[in-house]
Ligand binder design. Structure first.
Ligand code: BG6
Length: 502
């Protein structure tokens, strides 16, 4: 990998402290950083290099507590800090000078990666001011720009942002990050589908009854009320993370495993999502907001009581929806998607429900919970896969019971599975954009989401309350009209017995 300097804008913020610096430390420990390397934190807060090192390394609770003190010390030596007013163009000269100094000190050849971990309002400013200093120019070296979500506030702002960025950086210099794509299990969706012969022949409207994706969180909005209230679950989770999972589940096989081929197939998939019409909104999309309740005998506050949230907020903390994909493979197959804060447990999973056998020979003796075979793909936690099907209960007659055949990711390796950010940062350092989103794809995903936002904006649809700690508004059950229902997962992947950990 080429030597370079990695610059984090917003370096004293939450994301840098919690996720980015710990990811760099893991990469450092694993020997993945280039031989010549430095990390420059840039932010408004007035810190010295040493203050920064103390804040994000020495005093950080997000680095492994049992890490070798020498390793931590040596890692910290690679970190530097430059305070600037990020909104002032002239201050970017300080960044340039500092980078030149660090190039001299570390022997790096002027390759820079700029990571924007700032409030989104700076996504236009920083690239423009970097380019004013010539820091975007990649003649014989690389200059890359990583942009965190949210990428735009709606389709139009995403388009504007793309156009703006393209004035200063080329598409292949821009890395739009979605940390779900860095999750091993999300990548494994592609391997499950395309490295095996048994799934793909069944992976279509002829055999699949419906697909459901649940991404639940038990936490509330914590200290992010201000951000979240402007965003809501649809922008925060669905437009990016969950539509990416949909793309991995539903895209056509790419012609090769290279970045372009995979990203093109995903783009095609986003373009095939059928937008929900205003008159169908109530039928297909349910939005909810958590209300106060008692969880395990403790009072849980409602969303409107959270810090930074107006008491009359109509922001959704929960969305459940049904939609269709208009292409040959998926015509008429319903997709169900739901996500929410303050649900009973933290879990993300995909459930592929297959059509039942055409003739139910043993119907009278079935003790199936449901007659459909299901493939449950667990994204997190208890990462793994379970295939549910009917087996004969030993003994008289033909009693059929559903059983799970399961595989757990933990059985595959003793090594720690890399965190999403580790993988994504490493890919960007190597110049591999496969797990990053194309500008066009982000816009196509917004195109699907925009009509829903418009309907909500016009206040034309209901907002349902659900008590904190539950699976969301009951109305979400009515999305199913064909006898199926949501699978309410436990923390453990297979829950055939009575044991269900939440
Ligand atoms: C973030 C959202 O992008 O993803 C958060 O802004 C959410 O609201 C988080 O909690 C979920 O990520 P993970 O990796 O914990 O499932």
């Amino acid at each position: 990998m080429d030597s370079h300097i990695f610059v984090i804008f917003g370096a004293s913020g939450d994301l840098a402290t919690r996720k980015l610096i710990p990811a760099f430390f893991k990469l450092y420990q694993g020997g993945y950083l280039p031989e010549k390397f430095a990390l420059l934190g840039v932010s408004r807060t007035d810190l010295s290099d040493d203050d920064f090192r103390t804040q994000v390394v020495t005093n950080s609770q997000f680095l492994p507590q049992d890490a070798d003190p020498d390793a931590l010390r040596n890692f910290a030596k690679l970190l530097y800090y430059q305070p600037i007013d990020t909104a002032v163009e002239a201050d970017y000269a300080k960044v340039k000078t500092r980078l030149q100094e660090l190039d001299d000190r570390h022997g790096t050849p002027g390759n820079y990666i700029f990571y924007l971990s700032t409030p989104p309002k700076l996504y236009e400013t920083v690239p423009a001011y970097l380019s004013a200093q010539g820091l975007n120019e990649s003649k014989g070296r690389f200059r890359r720009l990583v942009i965190e979500k949210p990428f735009g506030y709606d389709g139009e702002s995403a388009r504007q942002l793309n156009m703006h960025l393209l004035r200063f950086f080329l598409e292949d210099q821009i890395y739009r990050i979605d940390h779900y794509l860095g999750k091993e299990t999300v990548q494994n969706l592609l391997v499950t589908r395309f490295a095996n012969g048994i799934y793909e022949p069944l992976w279509n409207r002829n055999y699949i009854h419906h697909v459901q994706i649940t991404s639940a969180e038990n936490i509330g909005v914590q200290n992010r009320g201000g951000y979240y209230n402007e965003s809501g679950a649809l922008r925060d989770m669905i437009q990016n993370h969950l539509l990416q999972i949909v793309a991995h589940i539903a895209m056509e096989p790419p012609v090769s495993s290279d970045s372009k081929a995979i990203r093109n197939e995903k783009l095609k998939l986003f373009q095939s999502l059928r937008p929900i019409l205003p008159e169908e909104m109530d039928k297909y999309v349910i939005r909810g907001q958590y209300t106060s309740s008692n969880i395990k005998e403790e009072r849980a506050q409602g969303y409107r009581e959270e810090k930074g949230v107006p008491t009359d907020s109509r922001t959704e903390t929960y969305v459940a929806m049904k939609f269709f994909i208009d292409n040959w493979r998926w015509s008429d197959v319903p997709f169900y998607l739901r996500t929410g804060k303050r649900m009973p447990t933290k879990v993300t999973e995909v459930v592929i429900t297959f059509k039942p056998s055409p003739q139910r020979l043993f119907r009278s003796e079935e003790t199936f919970n449901n007659p459909y075979n299901q493939l449950i793909i667990r994204i997190q936690p208890h990462e793994g896969l379970a295939l549910r099907f009917g087996m004969k209960v030993p003994g008289q007659g033909f009693k059929v019971k559903d059983v799970d055949m399961d595989f757990h990711y933990a059985d595959l390796t003793d090594a720690e599975v890399p965190e999403a950010y580790e993988r994504l940062i490493l890919d960007c350092m190597r110049g591999d954009g496969t797990l990053y989103s194309l500008g066009e794809s982000v816009e196509a995903a917004w195109k699907f989401v925009d009509p829903i936002l418009d309907a909500w904006e016009a206040n034309e649809t209901k907002l349902f309350g659900y008590p904190a700690g539950t699976w969301g508004p009951k109305e979400a059950e009515n999305l199913f009209t064909n006898g199926s229902a949501w699978r309410n997962p436990c923390k453990n992947l297979t829950n055939m017995s009575d044991f269900c950990e939440l």
